[in-house]
Design a protein around this ligand. Structure first.
Ligand code: ZN
Length: 311
């Protein structure tokens, strides 16, 4: 029998207050540089793309500007593609997958789509390799009006004018071993509930919208990714992270109801990618390549099936 150790902050069964959040904040340290690893790459794209600042984190605005990348020569008649990465800052391949796509692949879609890319939605968490923001709030449960997460509120403001004009939104994530070892126990402690152990799937999977499922679209994304890395199998219960597998590599969440990033537009095609970087069968580079393949697969499918959703 395994004994679940209590999380080191707080009292089991009692939700955190300001003192516990402060204790948690005191444990967070910068482990990598947003400037060196993300902003410098965005800078290198300025010649070919429009880079705009859509906000800054209020606790250190100079260090944490929020930047997005857009197509030059935006044309209103073209469909919009929205790519978001780093909503969970620790999910490295999401950030670098978004940037890699812009660096190497976005140009091949020129004249067919407008791009809006927010590659690192939660930069403090990128540096501290955290799931939450500085206030111990998960940005990816906070995409709603009156959001408690400034990262989510800023992205919502940026995307609001395009909400009904996005054809495809790809939100890039990872499912890591630290979800099980650190982030889920932290969440249970913060919320004063009991943590239950789960199983981290080995492989790539996607989350579709239970309210508007697009199975063929998700399958096209998975087919593109399968050329790069393996797709996660269902566990013994036929589930991935506690949700029924509706088709190989696909689970459903009610995106808007849960305040998830993939629900911020009314795009007919939307997907949340989940790469497993701790797999013994996948390198960091493969994880980035898998994110890029997912983005390309999603856009290719959406463009080929655009007429169906306009009907
Ligand atoms: Zn995530």
């Amino acid at each position: 029998m395994t004994t679940i150790q209590p999380y080191p902050i707080g009292t089991p069964g009692r939700p955190w207050g300001p003192a516990e959040v402060a204790a948690w904040q005191a444990l967070q340290t910068r482990k990598r540089s947003y400037q060196a690893q993300v902003l410098s790459v965005i800078d290198s794209l300025r010649e070919r793309y429009e880079v705009a600042q859509y906000g800054a984190l209020d606790h250190d605005p100079d260090r944490y500007p929020l930047l997005c990348i857009r197509s030059r020569g935006w044309r209103d008649e073209l469909p919009c593609v929205l790519i978001t990465g780093g909503v969970h800052g620790y999910e490295t391949s999401g950030v670098h997958g978004a940037l890699r796509f812009v660096e190497r692949h976005a140009a091949s879609y020129a004249g067919r789509v407008n791009f809006l890319v927010a590659p690192c939605v939660s930069p403090w968490a990128y540096e501290t390799i955290q799931r939450w923001n500085l206030d111990a709030v998960d940005p990816n449960r906070s995409f709603f009006v009156g959001s408690p997460a400034q990262e989510s509120a800023a992205l919502l403001r940026l995307v609001a004018p395009l909400r009904d004009r996005v054809l495809v939104h790809i939100d890039l994530h990872e499912t890591t071993d630290t979800d099980e070892s650190e982030f889920l126990p932290a969440r249970a402690a913060r919320d004063g509930v009991v943590n239950t152990r789960g199983e981290i799937p080995d492989g790539f999977y996607v989350v579709d919208d239970s309210e508007h499922p697009q199975t063929a679209f998700q399958q096209a994304v998975l087919a593109a990714v399968a050329k790069v890395t393996h797709i996660a199998a269902a566990d013994a219960k036929g589930e991935i992270i506690g949700s029924p597998v509706v088709a190989p590599g696909i689970i459903h969440y009610p995106l808007k109801q849960l305040g998830l990033c993939a629900g911020i537009t009314n795009a007919p095609y939307k997907t949340t990618t989940e790469v497993y970087p701790d797999s013994p069968r996948a390198t960091a580079e493969q994880c980035i390549a898998a994110q890029v393949a997912a983005v390309c697969g999603a856009i290719d499918y959406a463009l080929a099936h655009e007429a169906e959703v306009q009907a």
